[in-house]
Design a protein around this ligand. Structure first.
Ligand code: GN1
Ligand code: MG
Length: 371
C-alpha cells in the first residue's frame, strides 16, 4: 500500500520496531485524528500501534497532556504489577520518540504513539446490561487504582473542562455573538438550558464548598473509551487519557451514563427514541460501585445520579455552543450534527429528570450492598 509521505516521515520519528507496512486512518472520537500503523518484525510477525495527532485546538498544551498521560500510565502499570497482574495490553503504553520524550511536534501538528491493544474491540452502543456493568467496573477500578496518585502533579489539560458554570457563561457569549445567525432557530433549546441553570451548577458549588473532593478522574468516560476482550468481553483497557486530571467522581460516573445508558445514539434525530434505560443504569452503577464503595465518600456515592444529570446537560450546552459558533470544536459529518447532538442530550436529560427518584433509590440500594 502507499502511505502518505508526510505520515511516513512522522512515523519515522518514533521508535517503532521493524518495517512499516500499513497505515490506516481509524475513526475514533470527535477530537483527535487516529491511525493504526503496522510493522513487520524481523521474526516474521507483525505488530500494530496507534499513531495520533493531538487536536491542538482542544488541547492547547500538548506537552502537558503527555506529561499527564505518562505519569498516569506509569502509575497504573505499577499498581497492576503490585497486584501481580501483567499490565501488557491492559494499560496504554507510549512509544518513545527517537532521541527522547513521547511527543513529536512539527508544522503538521503534535503526535504521539501507543501500543495497539490487541484482541479487543470497542462498542458505540451497549449490547447488554452485563457488558455495561463490566464497563462500569473498569471505570470504577480506574478510579480506585489512581486513588493514591498525587493529584497536584497533574496539569489541567483543558482548564475548567467540566466547570458547568463556566460552560454556561461561554454558551451565553455564543448566544450573544450569534456569529452564524442560528440563535433564533434554537430558541426552545436555549430556553431549556437557561431553565436548568442553577441546579446544574450544583456539582461545581459542592466542590467549591469542600463537600465533594477532587480526585484523579478520566473525564471522558464514553463506553467506547474502554477496550473489551473480543472473546470474553472482559474490559481490558481504559483508553483516551487526554483529559485525565483533577475532577469529581460524579463526572466520570455521569458521563458514562449519559452516553451508555441512553436508548439511542448521541446524535439520534428521532427524539422519541431517546430515553434513559434503567436496566442499563442499574447495571453500570453496580459495576462502578462494586469497585468504589469504600474509596469514595458516602456523599459522593449518594450524589452519583446528579453526575448523570449534569453531564448530560453540560454536553448539551457544549454541543449547542459549538453549533452557534459554527462547529469549530467537535468534528461533524453533516451541518446539523451538533444541533442534533444538543437536542438529543436535552431529550435524554428530560427523561433522566423523570427517573431522578428511581436513580437515587438504585444508588442507595447498591451502596447498602457494597459498603
Ligand atoms: C469528545 O474525544 P471524544 O470524542 O471521546 C469530548 C468529550 C465529549 C464527547 C462527546 C476533549 O470526546 O468531552 O463528552 O466528545 N472530548 C473533548 O461525544 O472535548
Ligand atoms: Mg476524547
Amino acid at each position: 500500500m502507499t502511505i502518505d509521505s508526510q505520515l511516513q516521515s512522522i512515523i519515522a520519528r518514533f521508535d517503532f520496531p521493524g518495517e512499516l507496512i500499513e497505515c490506516e486512518a481509524i475513526k475514533a472520537g470527535h477530537i483527535n485524528r487516529t491511525y493504526r500503523v503496522r510493522f513487520a518484525l524481523p521474526e516474521g510477525d507483525a505488530r500494530d500501534f496507534v499513531l495520533q495527532r493531538i487536536n491542538t485546538f482542544a488541547f492547547k498544551k500538548p506537552k502537558e497532556v503527555m506529561h499527564n498521560v505518562r505519569l498516569v500510565t506509569e502509575h497504573l502499570c505499577a499498581a497492576m504489577e503490585k497486584q501481580g497482574r501483567d499490565p501488557a495490553n491492559r494499560v496504554l503504553r507510549l512509544v518513545p520518540v527517537k532521541g527522547g520524550g513521547t511527543l513529536f511536534e512539527d508544522e503538521s501538528g503534535s503526535w504521539r504513539a501507543y501500543d495497539f491493544i490487541t484482541h479487543a474491540r470497542t462498542v458505540d452502543q451497549v449490547d447488554s446490561p452485563a457488558q455495561f456493568r463490566e464497563i462500569g467496573r473498569a471505570f470504577g477500578e480506574f478510579q480506585s487504582m489512581l486513588a493514591d496518585f498525587p493529584i497536584e502533579e497533574l496539569y489541567d489539560t483543558i482548564p475548567n473542562f467540566h466547570h458547568t458554570v463556566r460552560r454556561l457563561e461561554a454558551f451565553e457569549r455564543s448566544v450573544g455573538a450569534d456569529v452564524k445567525g442560528r440563535a433564533a432557530d434554537v430558541a426552545p433549546e436555549i430556553e431549556a438550558i437557561r431553565a436548568r441553570k442553577s441546579e446544574m451548577g450544583r456539582i461545581v458549588g459542592m466542590i467549591e464548598a469542600g463537600e465533594l473532593p477532587l480526585r484523579v478522574t478520566h473525564n471522558d468516560t464514553k463506553i467506547n473509551n474502554v477496550m473489551l476482550d473480543e472473546g470474553t468481553g472482559e474490559a481490558l483497557c481504559v483508553i483516551d487519557l487526554d483529559t485525565v486530571m483533577a475532577g469529581s467522581a460524579l463526572y466520570d460516573f455521569g458521563d458514562a451514563i449519559r452516553y451508555g445508558a441512553s436508548t439511542a445514539k448521541e446524535d439520534e434525530r428521532d427524539l422519541g427514541r431517546v430515553r434513559l434505560d434503567m436496566a442499563l443504569f442499574t447495571a453500570y452503577t453496580e459495576g462502578f460501585i462494586s469497585e468504589t464503595a469504600n474509596g469514595l465518600t458516602l456523599r459522593e456515592l449518594e450524589e452519583l445520579p446528579l453526575g448523570a444529570l449534569v453531564m448530560t446537560y453540560e454536553n448539551g450546552v457544549r454541543f449547542l455552543t459549538d453549533y452557534l459558533d459554527g462547529d469549530v470544536y467537535f468534528h461533524i459529518d453533516s451541518p446539523d450534527d451538533n444541533l442534533a447532538r444538543a437536542r438529543c442530550q436535552l431529550a435524554l436529560l428530560k427523561d433522566m429528570e423523570a427517573h431522578r427518584d428511581e436513580m437515587y433509590a438504585v444508588v442507595r440500594e447498591l451502596i447498602a450492598k457494597y459498603r
